[in-house]
Design a protein. Structure first.
Length: 431
């Protein structure tokens, strides 16, 4: 039988795999970020101060950081399907149990467990892409997965706002609306976890929907790509954890997520502070993430078309810093939402370029370690960003100071990526 063009096989694999991979990340982000809407009722019911809430939000990232690297190593050892499936089911269970938070300690504990369970997903998905898609396709595939983040936040706003505003749920079975929100939004994750076993074959040769010669063509293309790596491409696990590019990218991602998660976990309360109703808050809070979704898709395609990975990452991070700085200096609701939209679009849009950078320096086991290391260190920004906002609000009474401080995170990230590109810009392997 004639050999299949790799491009057609990649397109077929993308149609089969990418919607489900994006759905998994969408559900993970929905389950970690819906606490920002639960806070509209939970904080008052349980007597949580802004600092207690910020600490609870941050405990997710402690669990995330501690278990991310070993979780990604397990994916490489036993396969994505057999590891991601139980992880997804586990975080779905914890997401539902969030409904039974009754104190600060239970809040901290459940958020920590949620972070543990979700830790292996995103770096695992990026590693999984390297098993299926040649490098010239990974920018748009990475962007497709990352686009699920703003989609989750777009969905979360109206849906969570509607659940919180439903009179028929209040007091049903003795539960408050915010408790029902956790339950109703956590159950779909359990179903997705069961579906992983059927919908995520580990390698092309394991996919029943690929003809054997299609699978062979794709695996041959990936093998040739690996052989074309330059000597600069390191392959050991130690290189994936401790090489200079990984360290720089880890610190840069830390700065980026300070800004990103500061927006994500506080934007509903920022909008509510302008006098919006619960339902209005849900819809208005979705606007920054609609803009971010457009930026992620457009910039991901631009990266694959032009190869300008560094430029996209740097420009996006600078735009994110500018948006946060403007939002911190205005009391005009329309301008503030526009600035937050710029901030979200810039930081999230930078990921299409950013997540293709490790593959310019590393290969093999080093890639698995690098994805986990960068995401682990970056996740600490998910603790620092929301905490800065909570601390600043408690001490200043508003959000302006906190947003201004957050702008320093993506600004520093842009500088680090620029320095890496100028000092250690890789020489790409010849085709």
């Amino acid at each position: 039988m004639a050999a299949h063009p790799v491009q057609s096989v990649v397109a077929k694999a993308a149609r089969r795999l990418m919607p489900f991979l994006a759905l998994l990340f969408l559900l993970s982000f929905l389950d970690r970020a819906n606490v920002s809407f639960a806070a509209l009722g939970m904080n008052q019911d349980l007597g949580f101060t802004p600092t207690v809430y910020a600490l609870g939000v941050g405990f997710f990232f402690f669990g995330y950081v501690l278990f991310e690297v070993p979780s990604n190593m397990m994916i490489e050892k036993i396969g994505a399907r057999r590891w991601i499936a139980p992880l997804t089911i586990a975080w779905g269970c914890v997401a539902v149990l969030m409904a039974f938070t009754h104190s600060a300690n239970s809040f901290f504990t459940l958020r920590f467990l949620l972070g543990m369970a979700e830790a292996g997903l995103l770096p695992g998905l990026f590693l999984y892409l390297t098993y299926w898609f040649p490098a010239e396709y990974r920018g748009r595939m990475s962007a497709f997965i990352m686009a699920a983040m703003p989609v989750a936040l777009i969905i979360s706003g109206p849906v969570s706002g509607a659940i919180l505003g439903m009179e028929s749920l209040h007091g049903l079975w003795g539960l408050k609306n915010w408790q029902w929100m956790f339950i109703l939004e956590g159950l779909p994750t359990l179903l997705a976890g069961l579906a992983v076993y059927r919908l995520m074959p580990d390698r092309p040769r394991d996919a029943a929907w690929l003809h054997p010669d299609e699978a062979q063509a794709l695996e041959d293309a990936l093998a040739r790509e690996s052989l074309q790596a330059t000597p600069q491409h390191r392959s050991s696990l130690r290189d994936g954890l401790l090489s200079l590019p990984v360290i720089v990218l880890s610190l840069a991602y830390f700065g980026a997520l300070i800004g990103s998660f500061g927006i994500i976990f506080w934007v509903p309360q920022i909008v509510r502070g302008f006098g919006a109703s619960t339902l209005q808050t849900g819809f208005i809070s979705a606007i920054p993430f609609i803009v971010a979704l457009v930026a992620i898709i457009a910039l991901g395609r631009y990266v694959d078309r032009t190869g300008r990975r560094f430029s996209v990452a740097i420009a996006g991070l600078l735009a994110g810093a500018l948006g946060l700085w403007i939002a911190g200096g205005t009391t005009n609701p329309v301008l503030a939402n526009a600035a937050l939209s710029l901030g979200a679009a810039g930081i999230m849009g930078s990921t299409g370029g950013f997540w293709t950078l490790p593959q310019l320096y590393l290969k093999g086991s080093a890639i698995a370690g690098a994805f986990a290391m960068i995401n682990s260190v970056g996740a600490l920004g998910g603790f620092v960003g929301p905490y800065i906002i909570g601390w600043a609000k408690e001490h200043s009474g508003g959000f302006g100071l906190g947003l201004t401080l957050l702008s320093l995170g993506p600004l520093a990230a842009a500088v680090l990526v620029a320095l890496l590109g100028s000092v250690r810009r890789p020489q790409l392997a010849a085709a």
